[in-house]
Design a binder for this molecule. Structure first.
Ligand code: SF4
Ligand code: SF4
Length: 123
């Protein structure tokens, strides 16, 4: 199963993962128009080859090794990663809607600095 990006990316979005992904399956890239407006980045579930290169590159530990490894508090974002398609406004909006809902329903996590949020996922 593909890797999953979760909520520490919301306040970080630095594209470090994009730079190391060998198959260019993380979007939006900085050169894509959606980059300016999306709150986080997403991994294409069918294009990801499960190499794991993005995990150590992420400064805030936002990336999990598949849906089963994704903490309970982040499960809704699995769907956001699955839906997002670069260049498709409808799927971009759907994914962002899930992210907005997640952020508004989890102020306890969003109030934690992004770099410490992955630790909070486990609590
Ligand atoms: S696991 Fe590998 S292929 Fe999948 S998103 Fe990360 S870097 Fe890209
Ligand atoms: S490296 Fe982490 S924080 Fe940066 S864009 Fe990728 S998932 Fe988001």
């Amino acid at each position: 199963m593909a890797y999953i990006i979760t909520d520490p990316c919301i306040d970080t979005k630095d594209s470090a993962c994009v730079d190391v992904c060998p198959v260019d399956c993380i979007h939006p890239r900085k050169d894509e128009p959606e980059f300016a407006t999306t709150r986080m980045l997403y991994i294409h579930p069918e294009e990801c080859i499960d190499c794991g290169a993005c995990v150590p590159a992420c400064p805030v530990a936002a990336i999990y090794d598949g849906p089963e490894a994704t903490p309970e508090s982040q499960k809704t974002l699995i769907e956001a990663n699955a839906i997002y398609r670069a260049g498709d406004a409808a799927t971009v909006a759907q994914a962002e809607s899930i992210v907005a809902q997640h952020a508004s329903s989890r102020p306890d996590l969003m109030n934690v600095p992004a770099a410490e949020r992955a630790v909070a996922h486990a609590k």
